[in-house]
Design a protein around this ligand. Structure first.
Ligand SMILES: C[S@@+](CC[C@H](N)C(=O)[O-])C[C@H]1O[C@@H](n2cnc3c(N)ncnc32)[C@H](O)[C@@H]1O
Length: 293
């Protein structure tokens, strides 16, 4: 169903909504994702003001969502139920973290560590704290014949991950804490990625309401120094990885040195910090010693 509106009327509606508050880029995101009007078409509104454009939902629906966003600080991604992430369209809902742009890099880093082909298929990987399942989906698509395990403690997150991973027959979902649900594949994992909760308590308390009041604490809060989850993951890594297997973790902007130490304490080698697109060390990797040849 399409809802036609003349470009100039849409521009006037947009101005009215922005007078109520919010940022133009956020309203344009809503127009794109829920209104079905891609950014490119939005650019043409001023060029062809008398042309009709077709929206996927009525303007009243978009105004309602915008109002909810402004009044309750509900993230737009939860309101529309979707989030573009890498080349994927990830379903999102309250109860699971909204995938973040920086986490997209974990997939590129994993591809850099492992390479496009796995010499001895099937490659076995796990995603610890899978949330929406975004990383698991990207890994499954990167290595189509691999076997994957997507772990989360939250049943709500796993229910969402199940929907996002419904096409991926090689991925199993497991509920429980970090390595515990992987008891039957310990020592066999060639790659483990994790974007665990890593925000220290004091910072978590001061997060903007849009995040703190709407996204799950379990997904964000990493204890007093933010490292509780990373301690648990690094401590079990050498037991869980296959010889030569890699662990790759996302962390807070000031945790690089601490995480590298935890990787060392966990017995991993070839430890390395990796930067995000702004040059900040936000990721770390380490490897279990390869078997002697
Ligand atoms: C930062 S979120 C990451 C979600 C998703 N991987 C992403 O990148 O968008 C961390 C995830 O870890 C999960 N989690 C927290 N504690 C856990 C635990 N002890 N065992 C397994 N998963 C846990 C949370 O439920 C949440 O889904």
């Amino acid at each position: 169903m399409h809802y036609p509106v003349v470009a100039t009327d849409l521009l006037q509606w947009r101005r009215q909504q922005l007078e109520r508050g919010g940022q133009p880029s956020e309203l344009d995101w809503l127009l794109d994702l829920e209104g079905g009007l891609p950014w490119q078409k939005q650019q043409q509104l001023r060029l062809y003001p008398e042309e009709p454009v077709a929206l996927a939902v009525p303007l009243s629906r978009l105004a309602e969502l915008w109002q909810q966003y402004l009044q309750q600080h509900t993230p737009l991604q939860y309101l529309v139920g979707r989030c573009p992430w890498r080349d994927l369209d990830i379903k999102v809902e309250p109860g699971a973290l909204i995938p973040r742009q920086e986490t997209e890099l974990l997939v590129d880093l994993a591809q850099g560590l492992i390479g496009p082909q796995w010499a001895n298929p099937p490659m076995r990987w796990a995603d610890l704290g899978t949330g929406s399942g975004c990383l698991a989906l990207a890994l499954a698509r990167s290595w189509p014949n691999s076997l994957g395990w997507a772990v989360d403690q939250s049943p709500q997150a796993l229910a969402l991950a199940k929907r996002n991973l419904s096409t991926e027959t090689g991925v199993q979902l497991r509920q429980g804490s970090w390595w515990a649900p992987l008891h039957d594949c310990l020592g066999q994992l060639d790659l483990v990625v994790s974007n665990p909760p890593y925000i220290p308590t004091e910072i978590w308390r001061d997060l903007e309401p849009q995040v703190r009041d709407h996204e799950p604490e379990l997904a964000l809060h990493g204890g007093s120094d933010g490292l509780d989850a990373i301690r648990a993951i690094t401590a079990g890594a050498a037991m869980a990885l296959a010889p030569g297997g890699w662990l790759l973790i996302e962390h807070h902007h000031d945790q690089s040195a601490a995480v590298l130490e935890l990787l060392a304490a966990g017995g991993l080698e070839q430890r390395e910090a990796h930067q995000d697109l702004e040059g900040v060390k936000r990721f770390a990797s380490g490897r279990r010693q390869a078997a002697p040849t």
